[in-house]
Design a protein. Structure first.
Length: 634
């Protein structure tokens, strides 16, 4: 009776896909290659192992079998592929006193090839056979430092027992018995490494059906062996790119080992390891010397050392800037290219053009960015590549803003440098000090517009102009204002292309203030232009001591001490091409950070919004302080 062999654990959906694909390709001319498959196979009653062959077919294929319920085939079918697919034939032991046979047919479209498989009858005399793990000389070998041990797979047509008393001092052996007609695996695990000058020799004596069989075991004496592989190939030297790279080695050592480098530009990410195979990452710095160079990594194990030489060329391409952001209107970007090779340029987008597009050596390059007619942000890449030298290249990324942005890319508010003494004046924009947001009215003045998208901005929103609020967005990345009262706020306006329902907005920021600053604030979001506000989740929820209102942003109580917040908001609906407004608003101006209650703004009550984990100490030359609040979606 014929049957199709089915792959174990195949899901019904995949089976349907296979059938569908088979029907789709049934009219295609089959191009099939079968490698390593004999016309017939004869197996002993206790087989020596598996047989493999490879099928390469442009159409789906399957194996049609008859009388082979004693054979395991994996896989039994496959899709068309340009890559060879390996099929394993694994016979199981014949416990019957009669031989058996059957046929297997490879079928793919109009291709068909039949193979005959036979197996000898079970022996009527007691038999025990080592199937896997034993060398051709009949000995089980264990490396000196291998404390995981080795194992032997065996089969017997009789119940069996084993004895390894002579090995008790240096190894654990088990199991020591098994049942007839079943494959068994017996392991030999050394108790400690063999650091003697001679091999340790032992025997496992098997008894079965009145017969005995001896397995010799050799725990090799220690001789340090260090093998360095790149992929599967042993290496003594490696060529590295002049621009620097990280590559991986496989170190195969039979004991503990260490590694060192003779060059500062060449290093291993790990300094030591243990017995076995270990992946070792090697870092090579860019070569800026103008000449070729070589360095060595030295691997040492038990007094034996092996060197790996790393050779690095001097070819290079460098660019003055690797990332640009540009406004929707487009324009020209200048790149100073340094190179000692002939180079060409490639652009991923038609709206990015390079002049000159090729050269030899150093050049001043202009990347022209066309104006965008879309409401969406777009990205492009220009690659400067060494001609005829693989691996030597530099990439320049160009981001062009439009009306709406993708907030999966974090938005960081760094600020312009303005004078601290700027006093609030609704009309100061006319003096050219900063840009005002049109259509917002006298009470809303923009203190900062994002460089590549004027629709992204932060603004201070005072409730009462008569208090004479003073505010500034400083180069250090903070928004600072004083003479503050209930309702005064800082708003961040962000036009987003799309945010899906269930996504989370992250608002990372910090706050600090003088002792006279209002203590209680709230972080909120509006999805309707500022008409309605919802509180963000900050991990803080206090009731103010003055007006008794809820506050989720509270100054810590110490002058100029930062408190960081990582506020979140989960969207309950999808929004597209919309403006979100996030603000930090004073909810109770009557209580100062020092606990004093007041009835009007204090002239020295200063409040700052900064980046999360923002160091207060430092100066403009310290990158740690040149940052502000951050927004992103995940």
């Amino acid at each position: 009776m014929k049957r199709y062999l089915q792959i174990i654990f195949v899901l019904p959906v995949l089976a349907a896909m296979l059938l569908s694909c088979e029907n789709t390709l049934s009219d295609e001319k089959a191009r099939v290659t079968v490698e390593g498959l004999e016309d017939s196979y004869s197996f002993e009653a206790i087989p020596d192992g598996k047989v493999e062959f490879r099928i390469t077919s442009n159409v789906t294929w399957h194996l049609d079998v008859e009388g082979l319920d004693w054979i395991r085939l994996s896989p039994g079918r496959g899709l068309g592929s340009a890559e060879p697919q390996v099929v394993t034939i694994e016979p199981i032991a014949n416990e019957d006193e009669n031989p058996r046979s059957g046929t297997m047919t490879v079928k793919a479209g109009d291709f068909s090839r039949t193979v005959t498989l036979t197996q000898a009858a079970a022996s009527i005399t007691p038999e025990l056979k080592f199937v896997e793990g034993v060398g051709q000389d009949g000995v089980l070998y264990i490396d000196s430092y291998n404390l995981e041990g080795e194992s032997v797979k065996l089969y017997s047509n009789r119940d069996w027992t084993a004895s390894a008393e002579a090995m008790d001092e240096w190894a654990v052996v088990g199991p020591l018995k098994g049942e007839q007609g079943r494959y068994s695996t017996i392991a030999v695990v050394p108790i400690e490494p063999n650091e003697d000058s001679a091999d340790r020799i032992g025997e496992i004596v098997f008894t079965y059906g009145g017969q005995t069989k001896v397995l010799s075991v050799c725990h090799r004496r220690f001789v340090a062996q260090i093998n360095i592989l790149k992929g599967d190939v042993p290496v003594t030297s490696v060529d590295a790119l002049s621009i620097g790279e990280t590559f991986e080695l496989i170190l195969d050592v039979n004991a503990d080992w260490t590694v060192s480098s003779d060059s500062g530009w060449l290093r291993s990410k790990v300094s030591e390891g243990v017995y076995g195979k270990t992946a070792v990452a090697v870092e090579v710095d860019p070569n800026m010397t103008g000449a070729r160079r070589s360095g060595k990594l030295t691997f040492v194990s038990s007094g034996v050392s092996v060197d790996l030489t790393v050779n690095q060329g001097d070819e290079y391409i460098m660019v003055s800037e690797e990332k640009f952001s540009i406004a929707k209107e487009g324009g020209n970007l200048s790149v100073a290219l340094s190179a000692n090779v002939e180079w060409v340029s490639e652009s991923t987008q038609s709206w990015l053009t390079v002049n000159p597009s090729a050269g030899n050596g150093n050049a001043d390059v202009t990347i022209k960015v066309e104006a965008s007619s879309s409401d969406d942000m777009r990205y492009g890449v220009v690659t400067f590549r060494a001609k005829n030298i693989p691996g030597i290249f530099k990439v320049v990324t160009v981001t062009q803003s439009a009306s709406y942005i993708d907030l999966t890319i974090p938005l960081l508010f760094n600020s312009s440098d303005q004078s601290w003494n700027m006093t609030y004046n609704p009309d100061y924009a006319s003096a050219g000090q900063t840009g005002a947001v049109t259509g917002k009215g006298t009470g809303r003045v923009c203190s900062y517009t994002y460089p590549t998208n004027e629709m992204i901005y932060a603004q201070v929103v005072p409730v009462n102009l008569s208090y004479g609020m003073v505010f500034i967005m400083a180069a250090q990345g903070n928004i600072t204002f004083k003479k503050i009262w209930t309702g005064d706020a800082v708003e961040f306006h962000i036009p987003v292309a799309s945010i899906e329902k269930g996504k989370t907005l992250h608002f990372d920021f910090g706050v600090m203030g003088t002792s006279q600053a209002p203590k209680f604030w709230n972080a909120e979001i509006s999805l309707d232009g500022g008409s309605g506000w919802e509180s963000l989740i900050t991990g803080t929820n206090e009731t103010s001591a003055g007006l008794g209102v809820s506050s989720n942003v509270v100054l810590p109580g110490s002058t100029n001490t930062e408190r960081s917040y990582k506020a979140t908001y989960k969207f309950s609906k999808t929004i597209e091409k919309a403006e979100i407004i996030v603000r930090v608003v004073c909810v109770d101006g009557t209580v100062q950070q020092n606990g004093t209650k007041i009835t009007s703004p204090h002239k020295s009550g200063t409040f700052r919004i900064i980046g999360a984990d923002h160091s207060y100490e430092g100066d403009a030359n310290n990158p740690a302080v040149v940052k502000g609040p951050k927004f992103y979606i995940d």
